[in-house]
Design a protein around this ligand. Sequence first.
Ligand SMILES: Cc1ncc(COP(=O)(O)O)c(C=O)c1O
Length: 356
Amino acid sequence: MPQLVEGQPISDFRSDTVTRPDAAMRAAMAGAVVGDDVFGDDPTVQELERDAAGMFGKPAGLFVPTGTMANLIAVSVHARPGEEVFLESLSHTYNNEVGGIARFAGVITRTFTGDRGAIDPEEVARYARPGDLHQPRTAALVVENTHNFWGGRVIPLEHMERLWEVAQAHDVRLHIDGARIWNAVAASGVLPAAWGALCDTVYFCLSKGLGAPIGSVLLGPEAFIAEARKVRKVLGGGMRQVGVLAAAGLVALHEGPGRLHEDHDHAQALARGIAEIPGAVVDPESCDTNILFVRTEAGAASYGPIADGLRAAGVWAIPLGELGIRFVTHRDVDGEDVERALVALRELIPTHGRGA
Ligand SMILES: Cc1ncc(COP(=O)(O)O)c(C=O)c1O
């Protein structure tokens, strides 16, 4: 059902971050038992960190404000300034975190274009450097799963196994940018602990598909988390009575994952509907989870006008250059919103998106 924004019905597909905390989250926030988390005595934060770590089979966890900070902390702990980090070319950490890992962690990067986001393990093996007198040591590999700019693609477990083997063989730490790893869990049926077993560190966002207003949890070995806690403090991320936020996070963690398949079904319905529109270039088969990039025969020049037309119709989605117009499904859009989007696109794509 469309949400009312300034009195107008809006179907907001811009991101799964736009969800508003539900009644259960708000009640949990209001009743949260809190302490000063910088002194290490906020029981609600500790419960969240413990529960999340347990699910992924990791010894310890750290509540952080954002996914961006989780990635920056992970890279800062895994790599010294001047060392090298491997990333996929379209990864969020490389493209959309304002160059933070260069600016604050001081690392150099090497990017690899993966097969729909999945970096070839042989490439990792070929380019990983132990760090002789002249060369930077390759310290870490960041794997994004699901992969945002590759349309929410799940990097399959077997592929993760191969990357994990190669990373270990070359003494490279593997960090999963699991902003949406719960979507991978929902789509694949593979439990969190199985993904957690194939990396040194992983984090996930509470503030995306799980529906919390804020927060991510970074997971890894005790020593890693102890150092991560220190880096979080350096970055100004030491938060005090933050159990009020962790309380919403706990609701999201325990109740969010079970409904993500609904988001995937909505994305699939959208993909199938759009694929039938003349001029649309969309492959429903490659829509694994809750993200869909809509492209057209006319290409990038048409995405701005189509997105403008959508907006005028009360359907919000983001044009992202050559990648297409991104639609993300989440708990605040449903079948009615999908239908509204399709009605608008049936008019807009044939008008702006047909090939010559
Ligand atoms: C794959 C991925 N990683 C990291 C982030 C950053 O998360 P945040 O917005 O919480 O900083 C995002 C945000 O969209 C993302 O999609």
